[in-house]
Write a protein that binds this ligand. Structure first.
Ligand code: ADP
Length: 367
């Protein structure tokens, strides 16, 4: 900000205020412009692009409050200070509510003006710096995501394909012992690819972006698709999938793609942590303005001591050396549900099964 020219716009119908403030500001090295009514002020905010706006609250035509409202629509980073001869607490409070940074009652001295101006410009500097850092963080995250997906995932997928070729006997005979070792290596690579995929899913979940993409969503086709996708995994594990959902389930405000991911994770866990001839059942209903979906299984369950930790990143319950999970699934689930202003609860009984309840705020059919 030091090297940048600082622009200040003064909007006041009293010419002498504009003139006297301008004199102080020009002397202090700022670039100044003035407007004697609200409409001209708005036009100049767009053209002059000020860092700071001084605005009189009481002007004929467009009031200072209205100028503040309009200014917010143009640029939220501009800092404003309201000046008025009617320095009542009420007008000050009202101005602060419209996000004015400070308040300067008339009459004021050049030094009072300088003090308020310095504080307001410091605030502007902080806003710009915060925005810059936020953008840089987003850029670094994007770079990291694409680095992980290209430089880690791509070679692993290539290695996986070589294994297929060798194991398929396409480059010569493979002994049983070699096959055994190659198969084990292939399983490890598959797990690594799964971990990278889940980690990428996790890194890509940006709660702010998700909220911007929420649309009226019907959960029924999403849940039906999830069951369809996981049918063959359930058969391999000798687990039966069941669904019991009312046809008139309310819509929710959601993102269908990520919600599918949520229920895929929950149902897949229900299958993987189940017993032979077990069940996974999805039920749904309405409860206090929420659509509630329950995924229950008849599996191995989770102990009370472990339950508080299962939504943490990379947390895995110790289950006798199983290595087929990543410990990221439930963490992704929780992030997505939080971004939907929903809630996830879990109850479990070791040896009997687990119930995950997902609550998502319903939107009325009238909308
Ligand atoms: P993972 O990839 O290890 O399955 P998750 O985040 O999906 O990671 O789950 C974390 C841990 O919670 C799992 O390692 C598992 O021990 C436990 N868990 C999750 N779902 C169930 C379930 N339905 N039944 C029993 N344990 C479960």
């Amino acid at each position: 900000m030091k090297s940048k020219i600082i622009r200040i716009l003064i909007i006041d119908d009293e010419h002498y205020i504009c003139d006297s403030c301008s004199q102080v500001y020009i002397k202090d090295g700022y670039q100044v412009d003035t407007a004697n009514d609200g409409l001209t002020g708005i036009k100049k905010i767009k053209e002059f692009k000020p860092d700071l706006v001084l605005v009189d609250l009481k002007m004929p035509g467009m009031s200072g409050m209205q100028v503040l409202e309009e200014m917010k629509k143009i640029d939220t980073t501009i800092v404003s200070v309201v000046i008025t001869g009617y320095a009542t607490i009420d007008s000050a409070v009202e101005a602060m509510k419209r996000e004015a940074f400070d308040f300067l009652p008339k009459p004021f001295t050049p030094n009072e003006l300088r003090l308020v101006t310095r504080r307001a410009l410091k605030k502007r500097q902080l806003i710009l710096e915060t925005n810059r850092l936020r953008e840089e963080k987003d850029r670094m995250k994007e770079n990291f995501i694409s680095m992980v997906s290209h430089q880690l995932r791509t070679p692993l997928v290539a290695v996986q394909q070589y294994f297929e070729v060798i194991l398929g006997g396409m480059v010569g005979a493979v002994s049983e012992e070699q096959k055994n070792m190659l198969n084990r290596s292939k399983i490890r690579i598959d797990e690594l690819i799964k971990l990278i995929k889940e980690w990428l899913d996790f890194a890509k979940i940006d709660a702010n972006k998700l909220v911007a993409e929420l649309k009226p969503t019907n959960l029924i086709p999403i849940l039906a698709k999830v069951l369809d996708t996981l049918q063959s995994l359930a058969e391999q594990n000798n687990v039966t999938l069941k669904m019991d959902i009312p046809e008139d389930l309310a819509l929710i405000s959601g993102n269908a793609n990520v919600l599918e991911q949520v229920f895929l994770n929950l149902v897949e866990n229900g299958i993987r942590y189940n017993k032979d001839e077990g069940n996974v059942t999805i039920t749904a209903g309405m409860e206090d303005g929420y659509v509630k979906v329950e995924v229950s299984d008849t599996g191995i369950g989770i102990s009370q001591q472990e339950l508080p930790f299962i939504f943490e990143q990379f947390y895995q319950v110790n289950q006798g050396g199983r290595t087929d999970g990543t410990g990221l699934g439930l963490c992704i689930v929780k992030r997505v549900i939080d971004a939907h202003s929903g809630e996830i609860k879990v109850t479990s009984e070791p040896g009997r099964g687990t119930v995950f309840s997902v609550l998502l705020p319903e939107i009325s059919f009238a909308k």
